[in-house]
Design a protein around this ligand. Structure first.
Ligand SMILES: [Fe+2]
Length: 351
């Protein structure tokens, strides 16, 4: 169902207020050919109503001939900002960039954030943005989970379907994604609601079973029969199963890059307003699947780069896979039990 401009402007104002936007600050809206017109129009109204100095920077898309899909996360690497000094300078000189284009996983994004500029990505359809407009409670919950990850040396994930994966931690920071940017140099994504980190280089071993009903992204499909990933030394060394396994392998092989098979970020979903079921209701080109990434109690793991966390590995291929019904343990302590996030008291009693 469509949302009214009134609702979306209010949602933008809530996000911008949580992001501490002040009158007189400079906001640049980064747009491209896939930017949603209502999201852009309402962002322009909300930022101006809040007294910001507002720019729009529209850049032509890149990588279409290399990507196998129109999803903005399907091919990482060069961006419309690569080598574009004038655009980078404009973004660095802004207090806040509203990324309605998808600049994720690029050195240019790092350079802009290092200048103190905040970046908020917002590319999901308007009704998804409105349903998952972030709150301070989202932040508190995600920060608490990230603090647990930051203090742990091992994440161990098991499931009745057969997952048994151990990830050593400590080399990379714990990241909170709660949907707004309240500190200088912060990046976030509206909508979101999850805590994550990256395992140590070569530090992941075991088996991942992607069970029936689990979701592959950017395929944006529900798996119909289990896939089994064997993980050794930080890489998926075998992908076995039926047609879904062949489709995943076929897609990943097309990048001809061994780094595509590395275990990338790991964490769990904490967003109660996100839904596992939503993806089945959408045309696949209408969403990038943030419901699937953020729904409460998933174990979200990914395959691909770790440069976003400060690691050395880059690859154009990035797969996100949220699993249902997993138990996640940090240094032996359960934090998610069979797909249910445990609250503080439950964690304390779960030894
Ligand atoms: Fe990812």
């Amino acid at each position: 169902m469509p949302v009214s401009d009134h609702q979306l402007i209010d949602a933008w104002k809530q996000v911008l207020t949580l992001s501490k936007l002040e009158a007189g600050q400079t906001v640049t809206l980064l747009t491209s050919s896939a930017t949603h017109p209502q999201t852009l129009a309402c962002a322009l109204v909300a930022t101006q109503q809040m007294g910001a100095i507002v720019n729009r920077l529209d850049l032509p898309p890149v990588n279409a001939e290399k990507a196998l899909s129109r999803d903005s996360l399907a091919y990482l690497g060069t961006t419309p900002l690569t080598g574009n000094r004038a655009a980078i300078a404009a973004l660095k000189a802004s207090d806040l960039v509203l990324d309605l284009m998808t600049l994720l996983f690029s050195p240019e994004q790092h350079a802009i954030l290092s200048a103190g500029t905040k970046i908020l990505l917002a590319v999901e359809p308007p009704e998804v943005l409105v349903r998952m407009v972030p709150t301070l409670a989202d932040r508190a919950r995600v920060k608490a989970a990230a603090a647990r990850i930051a203090g742990a040396r091992e994440m161990h994930i098991v499931s009745a379907a057969g997952t048994d994966l151990r990830c050593r931690l400590g080399e990379f920071p714990a990241i909170s994604e709660y949907g707004f940017v309240d500190e200088p140099g912060r990046w976030d994504h509206w909508p979101s609601g999850f805590a994550l980190t990256w395992p140590n280089e070569s530090g992941t071993y075991g088996r991942i079973v992607i069970d029936r009903g689990d979701i592959l992204l950017p395929q944006k499909s529900y798996v119909s029969e289990p896939l089994v990933l064997t993980v050794e030394g930080g890489y998926a060394t075998k992908i076995e199963g039926g047609l879904d396994a062949e489709l995943l392998s076929g897609y990943m092989d097309s990048f001809k890059d061994p780094e595509a098979y590395a275990i990338s970020h790991i964490g769990w979903g904490l967003q109660p307003r996100a839904s596992w079921a939503t993806l089945g209701l959408y045309d696949r080109e209408a969403t990038i699947g943030m419901d699937a990434r953020a729904y409460e109690g998933n174990f979200l793991f990914s395959l691909g780069p770790n440069n976003e966390a400060g690691g050395q590995r880059t690859t154009a291929c990035h797969i996100d896979i949220p699993l249902r019904k997993c138990t996640v343990k940090l240094d032996g302590q359960e934090v998610v039990r069979e797909g249910k996030v445990l609250d503080n008291e439950e964690v304390a009693n779960a030894r």
